[in-house]
Ligand binder design. Structure first.
Ligand code: COA
Length: 165
């Protein structure tokens, strides 16, 4: 049985992430979505809330939801992968601009653990322009984010920014 890890900040999960999850399920038997604490970003949602938002989306995969597990992790991704007995990482690539960062991370991870392999899935043409950062900015300014995130995530964003203002 092939298990893969799809790691990310997921602040919050978008339809771009959902597209990658859907396609990752064709490549692995079991997918662990790993929501990271240590990302170098400053998320607006706490670690557990980000994971809860991902869990709520996973239901949309119907029968395939049983092949998905959502976990949080702190510390290094390679350690988390070892704890979960897998060395397969899955990442989404949107554009050439993602390549340098992703290439660097994949190389770093394989230096930290030579067994680690990163598989890149290219984002679909209808999601490749989506970024959590820009979605948050639009939500903060009261714009329509309904085509970028689920209604549940949109409601959480709205509530978050209502509290901020
Ligand atoms: N697929 C993936 N991301 C997509 C996407 C798609 N189809 N479409 C858009 N995106 C966006 C996301 O919305 C997000 O946007 P943002 O940068 O504006 O927030 C961005 O692409 C990718 O974010 P995300 O998928 O959440 O991942 P990340 O790059 O924040 O994840 C970790 C980074 C968690 C993998 C990395 O920091 C890590 O491994 N941390 C653990 C500590 C560690 O081991 N560090 C050393 C690593 S070498």
């Amino acid at each position: 049985m092939r298990t893969g890890i799809y790691p990310g900040t997921f602040d919050p999960i978008t339809v771009g992430h959902m597209d990658i999850i859907r396609r990752a399920l064709k490549v692995v038997d079991k997918l662990i979505i790993a929501v990271a604490l240590d990302t170098g970003k400053e998320p607006i949602f706490a670690l557990e809330e980000r994971a809860e938002l991902v869990r709520a989306e996973v239901a949309a995969f119907g029968a395939d939801a049983g092949r998905i597990e959502v976990k949080t992790f702190t510390g290094l991704l390679v350690d988390f992968a070892q704890e979960n007995s897998t060395s397969l990482l899955i990442r989404g690539l949107r554009a050439i601009s993602d390549f340098e960062y992703e290439f660097q991370m994949a190389c770093m991870n394989s230096r930290l653990d030579p067994a680690m392999e990163t598989v890149f899935l290219t984002a679909s043409e209808n999601t490749h322009f989506i970024s959590s950062r820009i979605v948050k900015q639009i939500a903060r300014l009261g714009g329509d984010i309904s085509s970028f995130v689920s209604p549940n995530v949109a409601a959480h964003l709205k509530a978050h920014f209502a509290g901020v203002h």
